[in-house]
Design a protein around this ligand. Sequence first.
Ligand code: ZN
Ligand code: ZN
Length: 211
Amino acid sequence: KITTTNICGSDLHMYEGRTSFESGRTLGHENLGLVVEVGSAVRKVQVGEYVVLPFNIACGFCKQCEQGLTNYCLTMQPEPALAGAAYGFADMGPYQGGQAELLRVPYGDFNALRLGEDAAERQTDYVMLADIFPTGYHATEMAHVKPGDQTIVFGAGPVGLMATYSALLRGADRVWTADHQPDRLRKAEELGAIPINTAEQNPAEVVKEAT
Ligand SMILES: [Zn+2]
Ligand SMILES: [Zn+2]
């Protein structure tokens, strides 16, 4: 039973008609909710628990999943030329999204992160684990951000802000965040970054001068 969701920037590709997304299908890949029923093969997830659902749907046992590449799961994607699946997303399998009262989660034990006692009160924090926070974090993983690094993040939308936050969590010494929206830059500054307004400053010059 869905209790909290986010609307994602990438939903706009479907919403504004730039994809093959079928009309009548439900959007929503950033979902959190209360378990009201489980399938007969589910062992860990219990009725009554709050769970947050990473947006990729994966089997956990194919060649890609076994290497941790669950975003390229081979068994949940019916189209042989493609890989990977997600809730309510174009070209990511036939699965419904979570902008709904109820959502079916395939392979519940693998695809549902079970939340703790504070889940009900902190739903708006935990729903960030469905996409935005790990997506931002993964950018800092791919960039090998390590303690003492000087890091710049381009774009202070939700994912950029989470990348900013993640770089700081990983011990980056200085983090700049570049964007042209003053409200977003204020958020970046609140997180501890040095804002660069690209309407006024050239980020390359700012960083060259400072390093
Ligand atoms: Zn998303
Ligand atoms: Zn798989």
